[in-house]
Design a protein around this ligand. Sequence first.
Ligand code: AMP
Ligand code: GLY
Length: 423
Amino acid sequence: MKILVIGSGGREHAICWKLAQSNLVKNLYACPGNPGTASSAENVSFDFNNFEELKDFILGHSIDTVVVGPEAPLVEGIHDKISDDESLSSVNVIGPKKHGAQLEGSKEFSKKFMFRHDVPTAKYQSFTGETVAQGKAFLETLLPPYVLKADGLAAGKGVLIISDLQTAKEELNNMLLDAKFGDASSTVVIEEFLDGLEFSVFALTDGEDYVILPEAKDYKRIGEGDTGLNTGGMGAVSPVSFVDDEMMQKVEERIVKPTVTGLKKDNIDYKGFIFFGLIEVKGEPFVIEYNARLGDPETEVVLPRLNSDFAELLKACGNGTLGEKKIEFDSRAAVTVMAVSGGYPGSYSKGKEIIGLENVADSIVFHAGTREEENKIVTSGGRVLAFTSYGEDKQAALLNSYKSIYKVDFNGKYYRKDIGFDL
Ligand code: AMP
Ligand code: GLY
């Protein structure tokens, strides 16, 4: 196989790391990749948003498989463009077309989809600038806290959870009338608040069948004890102690199956990952959100726990033969702890030299926000490095990650010391 992975974060490093273990993979490229992906793949620096450049690269390097890491290119239709081009139509693109990517690209679309196919999720209504008054009236019928969601992609910031009614009404005005999240909040979904424990499940589907990857839980807040601002993710663990076989059975029967069948019924041609953001409420799973890709930093614990050949699964996804595949997991726990730049998720500086990476022996270090500069690795983002470790249990795995983080340094390094604290 000749594979191109699109993206540049820790998720894409983990994807390249896993693919590089397969004998099926002859050539592996990451665009643009990062200094971490460079150890498993060849980084290539064309503009993947420019279709002519993408097409030239695919044809010039006989690429047969394109794995799209982040959501934005999927929502913008990268898969459709490749499939619609006669000379590229045989390329196996992992990631849905524009229509299917709406599961992530539009909250309203995804809520309608869930209600149409009986997938358990919070009750909701959606509103636009013309129906602000009805939106406020709807808020009055709900109990606090109030959940307001910008319909479109808002870089993970489009969800507000507000404890008092007056503020919720004001924020509804800000979103609908003052474009708080730009175009993304020209429609707002207001939904019932669900109180419970969150976890993530990932399925790979060829549109007909699916395989389910190990479950994970991520830690989004910057502060210990899940306090402070939301981030792109400060760490993750897999498995998740409260997600037992019975819960996974419910997730498969009530959520994964009806979702895959629903896509088929709606004539949505979907090949790729479905990320189920879930919450357990009184023993029952509900969908908080769908994403059309793998999660970050969940991928940094999920793929290390996959014993099956990842490239073979992606190939089967393209051929429509996933139904014949069995998926095997490592029974050990995997955890990842993210080291971030001081100040993140607020403003932070970049270009800080990272030292000590060569001393890490007990963890896999996935690069999230790094770049190479004058033969040095320096910071280039808020989330910098994901320290993934295995252990007989979560505690043992965490100890390895914390030992490794201690050996690596950059100016302003911050990490949460309590990943997995609630399990
Ligand atoms: P989303 O972008 O839809 O995943 O929402 C971001 C976060 O907001 C989720 O991870 C949850 O922590 C929280 N959230 C979203 N919807 C709800 C809901 N209906 N009830 C409780 N929490 C929610
Ligand atoms: N970890 C959550 C996400 O990838 O959206």
